[in-house]
Design a protein around this ligand. Structure first.
Ligand code: F6R
Length: 605
């Protein structure tokens, strides 16, 4: 996720901006930059890579004197991590400079309009449209120009803007992206995250969506979206630095679990143009494709297992899922009629890279679904769709998995439409469900306050079984992996119908069985398996819709998920299982963000 900071006061701005940016480093970034205003001129300095590089380039900020400035750390989304794409971005006349956190969903339309008016673009970012719009609307008052600009933007943004003609002034505005103002004495600050503020002040104003603020060294004025000045409460920041970096959560994993509604929205919203799905600038050529192979490792592989059902149902093309570590040595039967889809959060997983190369060498067309922009897998594939989840810091993936699934759903609908294998009514129904995924994910997070209590009940188990059928089985695979990797409890995922072919021999008094029963078409069958394991003493924790009263009477404990179209349900169903694994691991005092023996990016075989 990008980070933004700003300063106006009596001291030189650059050192404070660099310090603020350093405090945001934990969020992950691939480039950084600052802009400082002095004597009617704005100087900008940017680097790819570390803040240390920016410090070196600006000699600790000394090369950019001036008491008003803005800064940014960028996690690439629109365009590779290059210097031109790094923020701050300037207007063509250099009078306006902007930093942005978020995504401008309608930037393509705005860019076309600005290009037609003769504005030049120096970057591939969505943000640059903001600098040009402010220039276009400026009539001697930066605040008015920013208000007119914001009225044109769709999406999420926290913006910090300075103007060469308005000394000591920073204008900020927020919509669906965090923005906090730091109130000092003779100096004022803004940042996307309190972490960047606490070294300077503990007095903060939290802006709400649609609000603007004008910062000068002497004060802060806040305005509503119509431009009327409003009173805002000054709050006291009580967090210590470490807690602040985790946004107040105890662990990055929990923070990232909670970020899922926003991350999934960021993956979907820019790709929906009315009722059409536009997959970035990519036209994925599906002519003559007779088979689809999804390959990946770990959770990414399980995301593929869950999405297989949606792709087959909507595209009527057979889909197989292959572990990348197996596929690479399997002499795979494929050729020009094959589309291989490689899933990878990091884009650097050695087995996935090797599998992709193997498939390409056999003539398959390759689509990558990757989080890290410019990573190896993104570069090797013929087409790449980014998941735009923002940096994932906890080793165990959460938002990486749900955004991979989301992008696969988008692909399934897009391809089904293109191949004419999905009828209009189903397309509309699924599209509307897809749009509501962020809301449903939020519900899934909110509707289970009992999970910490359940974790206390189950955390001493030696082993757990996760069972389900169809899409529920795919979720069971990921649920079990989450449990084992962070809580170190042996967890086995099983297709519920397979139990009686051997594994049911392991059932005994008190054996925890997590039974997923969210796919109505097959729930009755899973319920018979619940009866079978209960007859052998198992303790059943069912994951189901609240309305399913039959399960309520069968299971010992319940976790609820909102009702979602079965083809898209895995992305929501996994949420309570992530929470369960998290709280069980917490009960067991495990090192949740850095589980033993694991690495975030597995770049060796
Ligand atoms: C589990 C987990 C791993 C990764 C796997 C692939 O929580 O994070 O199983 O999913 O190592 O990593 P990427 O997606 O980076 O290729």
């Amino acid at each position: 996720m990008c980070g933004i900071v700003g300063y106006t006061g009596t001291q030189n701005a650059a050192p404070a901006l660099l310090e603020g940016l350093k405090k945001l480093e934990y969020r992950g970034y691939d480039s950084a930059g600052i802009a400082v205003l002095e004597n009617g001129r704005i100087s900008v300095s940017k680097v790819t890579g570390r803040i240390a590089g920016l410090e070196e380039k600006t000699e600790g900020g000394a090369l950019l004197p001036g008491t008003t400035g803005i800064g940014h750390t960028r996690w690439a989304t629109h365009g590779a991590p290059t210097e031109p794409n790094a923020h701050p971005h300037a207007s063509n006349d250099g009078r306006f400079v902007v930093v942005h956190n978020g995504i401008i969903e309608n930037y393509m339309e705005l860019k076309q309009e600005l290009l037609a008016k003769g504005y030049r673009f120096e970057s591939e970012t969505d943000t640059e449209v903001v600098a040009h719009l402010v220039e276009m609307y400026y009539r001697g008052d930066l605040k008015s120009a920013v208000m007119r600009t914001a009225a044109r933007l769709r999406g999420s943004y926290a913006l910090g803007i300075i103007c060469a003609e308005e000394p000591d002034t920073v204008i900020v505005v927020r919509e669906a992206s965090p923005l906090i103002l730091g109130v000092g004495i003779g100096e004022n600050f803004f940042a996307s995250d309190v972490t960047a503020l606490v070294a300077y002040t503990r007095n903060a104003i939290y802006l709400e969506d649609g609000e603007f603020a004008k910062l000068t060294p002497d004060g802060i004025s806040v305005f509503d979206c119509t431009g009327h000045e409003i009173e805002k409460k000054i709050s006291r920041i009580t967090w210590d630095i470490q807690a602040a970096e985790k946004g107040g959560y105890d662990h990055f994993m929990l923070k990232e679990i909670m970020e899922q509604p926003r991350a999934v929205k960021a993956a979907i919203a820019p790709r929906l143009h009315g009722s059409e799905i536009v997959l970035d600038d990519t036209d994925i050529d599906l002519t003559g494709i007779r088979k689809i192979v999804i390959t990946a490792c770990g959770s990414a592989y399980y995301a593929g297992c869950a999405a297989k059902y949606a792709i087959e149902a909507l595209c009527r093309i057979p889909v197989t899922t292959e572990l990348a570590s197996e596929l690479r040595y399997s002499d795979p039967l494929m050729g020009e009629d094959t589309l291989v889809i490689v899933l990878s959060q990091s884009g650097e997983t050695a087995d996935s890279i090797a599998a992709l190369r193997e498939c390409k060498s056999r003539g398959a067309r390759a689509l990558a679904i990757v989080n890290v922009v410019g990573s190896t897998i993104a570069k090797i594939a013929d087409w790449c769709l980014y998941t735009w989840a923002g940096p994932e810091i906890a080793v165990a993936t959460t938002k990486g998995y749900t955004t991979q699934l989301t992008v696969l759903y988008l692909f399934a609908l897009y391809a089904g439409r293109k191949l004419k294998t999905v009828d209009d009514a189903s397309y509309r129904k699924l599209l509307s469900c897809l749009k509501s995924l962020p809301k449903l994910l939020q519900q899934a997070l909110d509707m289970n306050p009992e999970i910490p209590r359940l974790a206390k009940k189950y955390h001493r188990a030696d082993s757990m079984f996760f069972i389900g059928r169809n899409t529920d089985y795919a979720v069971a695979l990921e649920g079990a992996l989450k449990m084992k990797e962070i809580s170190y409890i042996h967890a086995e995922s099983y297709a519920a119908g397979e139990l009686k072919h051997g594994t049911i021999a392991l059932m005994h008094d008190g054996q925890p069985v997590i039974a997923l029963c969210c796919n109505d078409a097959i729930t009755e069958k899973t319920m018979s398996n619940i009866v079978e394991v209960k007859a052998r003493g198992a303790e059943v924790l069912a994951v189901a819709h609240r309305e399913n009263s039959k399960i309520l009477s069968l299971a010992d404990d319940m976790i609820f998920v909102p009702r979602v179209h079965p083809l898209l349900s895995a992305a929501v169903e996994i949420v309570p299982l992530q929470l369960l694994a998290y709280y069980v691991a917490k009960e067991n005092n495990c090192d949740i963000d850095k589980p033993k023996n694991l690495a975030k990016s597995v770049t060796v075989e």
